[in-house]
Design a protein around this ligand. Sequence first.
Ligand SMILES: Cc1cc2nc3c(=O)[nH]c(=O)nc-3n(C[C@H](O)[C@H](O)[C@H](O)COP(=O)(O)OP(=O)(O)OC[C@H]3O[C@@H](n4cnc5c(N)ncnc54)[C@H](O)[C@@H]3O)c2cc1C
Length: 360
Amino acid sequence: MVGAGLAGLHTARLLAQQGFDVLVVERRSRLSTGIRTTGIFVRRTLDDFDLPEEHLGPPIRRVLLYPPSLRSPIELVGPHDEYRVADMAAIYTHALARARQAGAQVLLGVPYTGIGFPARFVIGADGARSTVARRLGLDVNRRFLLGVEEVYPIARSVAPPTFHCVVDPRLAPGYLAWVVDDGCHAHVGLAGLPHRLKGPLPRLLRSYADAFPHRPLATGPLQSRGGLIPVGGLLRRIACPQGLLVGDAAGAVSPLTAGGLDPCLRLSALAASVTGEYLRSGDEMVLRRYDGAALRARFRYRLMLRAALSGIRSPTAAEAAFAMLRTAAGRTIAARLLFGDGSFPLAPGSYPATLERTAQ
Ligand SMILES: Cc1cc2nc3c(=O)[nH]c(=O)nc-3n(C[C@H](O)[C@H](O)[C@H](O)COP(=O)(O)OP(=O)(O)OC[C@H]3O[C@@H](n4cnc5c(N)ncnc54)[C@H](O)[C@@H]3O)c2cc1C
């Protein structure tokens, strides 16, 4: 296994639990450094996966959507606890401990180059620009957002935990700028299509943080994070007899929301199930269950909406989109996207639904 992000650690644990010899190599020497994610987990993930409660922030139900003027945001309140922002350093540490407990050997500070790596089967959990994908001749990600954020401690406020999202193509072309304020921390960030970003990300982020009307920031940032987010949809060829890809390496990120934590956990469970069966039987037909092209077809709607979001190229177009969002139909669609039960599409029957809660 190459990479000890959430996808790698999760797949490693599930394979070790099946009795395989699993070796994970990770180039970071500490998992608490180099974090690239905000760490927002959505309700479906919280329901289906056993994440450690003590490392999850307070639930968020309220979303405010802002047009470029930052005036008159649209307020949407979910019927459930919709999001929780995790302490990702603690989540990785927890996942590392569980993978090791299950019997996986995890080596930190060891980069994979593809040379001198004797393994019967190599799993690429090595992120958006996967070396394993290239080494195995599998598909590679080609469409990305570039994201950056700062995490601030905040003074406790009386305002309900809120996810503020700004649609402004000058600031975040093809995506959003955000402030996630869960009452404990504020994550202030933005992401956009790299070729359309108007200036260096830190400068854009600074001007956004200064202009944002509900600045919950008490002191300087605790952390800065950033990275590439693959948004071209799940890759078609993600498995071959020598190995397979999971998580960002496989393009398993929602093309619309750019959420990758739920997809990486779901795809990891399928990867562990398929790998186990393949290694036990030696039957290459088993790998057909891990077919990116078939799973990708179910991303069609999200890919279409991604194209629509990328098509908003001026503040005037964004304000016009907001006029539609303010209608009853627009609000219903927005609420469905933000709070709906849609998640990473896996073919019926392909995902061992009980794997998570039973394999403790
Ligand atoms: C700014 C930002 C904010 C985001 N916020 C959210 C969010 O709030 N919610 C959400 O659902 N998704 C979010 N995402 C997306 C989500 O974080 C990713 O999809 C998810 O973390 C992918 O997990 P992964 O394990 O596949 O990859 P990663 O977490 O990238 O892990 C890959 C690991 O492989 C290691 N590695 C890479 N190459 C090698 C090598 N050659 N040898 C050894 N090790 C190697 C890396 O060091 C890394 O530890 C965000 C992304 C960004 C960039």
